[in-house]
Design a protein around this ligand. Structure first.
Ligand code: 8YV
Length: 330
């Protein structure tokens, strides 16, 4: 009689779409988090001690403390999400734990959200909506709710990876001129259809843009890339949007500048200390603030889950998982 191999114990830290959880239960010995309460560090350590595979999300800090107490069985961290800044990759590597993520499937959704924030801030959509809801709208007026035209404006994209390029395609459709700063210049065949201008110097690009969008990952090299000094290089009429990671922008410096009128507005989907937000930012009318929902579409979440399943399955079957993360790059 053939003995079926033992299924790996997969611990999932947050509630995932039903279809994904069902499939995971069929394939693996899966432990779910039905009430979706984020795990404490102690619970994460416990999970790492017992699991063969851990499936965390951006809300879990898989740091050296968690990893150093991981049990000998833990071989794979199959993260549900693209960013991996919540995982200590060096310690994982030292301990022989493979890390995977879910790139590609949230590109278009996140680029949509960057574009939505650009429009929302420039055209004062949040303010207008609040006015109507508060029953304070007294009627149309020629000089009421004037925003800034985005057609013909210069958009500076920081981080021209998949999402940055998807945003650039949208921006072209809205009549914007695409500029970008990236570790490396893109090949001409990518640059050309976007008519994109490469800036080796971020400082020089910042000083010339009408709108700046952050689309790079958070790594040690990009922490506070938009520091107080760099934010000051931007024009007072400029707008900043960020759907990447809060840590890339000095949130306190940004708040101070917005309050002082040294920047025209900001659209933020991510924050330095999520879910906490600088309370002074919340008071400002010229900012649009969203609860980290850039990739929050049903289709996207299912595709992210499918990627997690494929990564686990290929790994436990003894193959190289397709989305292995070696190092976060910018
Ligand atoms: C995800 C994200 O929702 O994938 C990412 O890097 O920032 C988000 O869009 C989140 O990470 C899920 O863990």
């Amino acid at each position: 009689m053939a003995v079926s191999p033992k299924k790996p114990l997969v611990i999932v830290t947050r509630k995932l779409p039903d279809a994904i959880e069902t499939r995971m239960m069929e394939l693996f010995d899966t432990r779910l988090n039905a009430d979706d309460k984020p795990m404490t560090q102690a619970q994460l350590i416990e999970a790492a001690k017992t699991a063969d595979v851990l499936v965390p999300t951006v809300t879990d800090r898989i740091d050296a403390r968690v990893l150093s107490q991981a049990g000998p069985k833990l071989r794979l961290i199959a993260s549900f999400g693209t960013g991996v800044d919540h995982i200590d990759l060096d310690t994982a590597r030292q301990r022989g734990v493979v890390v995977t993520n879910t790139p590609g499937v949230l590109t278009e959704d996140t680029a949509d959200m960057s574009m939505a924030l650009i429009l929302a801030v420039a055209r004062r959509i949040g303010e207008g909506e609040r006015l109507v809801r508060a029953a304070k709208w007294t009627g149309w007026a020629p000089t009421a709710m004037l925003g800034a035209r985005i057609w013909g404006k210069r958009l500076g994209i920081i981080g021209m990876g998949r999402i940055g390029q998807a945003l650039a395609r949208r921006a072209r459709g809205f009549g914007m001129a695409v500029h970008y700063h990236n570790r490396r210049r893109l090949h001409a065949e990518i640059e050309k259809p976007l008519e994109a201008t490469y800036w080796e110097s971020l400082d020089q690009m910042l000083a010339r843009m009408d709108i700046v969008s952050v689309n790079c990952p958070h790594t040690p090299a990009t922490y506070h890339l938009l520091s107080a000094r760099r934010l000051k290089l931007m024009r007072p009429s400029a707008i900043l949007v960020n759907t990447a990671r809060g840590e890339v922008v000095d949130e306190n410096a940004l708040t101070r500048m917005l309050r002082a009128g040294e920047l025209a507005g900001a659209g933020l989907d991510v924050f330095e200390h999520e879910p906490a937000i600088n309370p002074k930012l919340v008071e400002l009318d010229k900012v649009v603030l969203l609860p980290h929902m850039g990739s929050a579409t049903l289709e996207g979440r299912i595709e992210m889950g499918e990627k997690v399943i494929i990564n686990i399955k290929t790994f436990v079957d003894g193959h190289r998982p397709p989305d292995r993360v070696l190092a976060a790059m910018f």
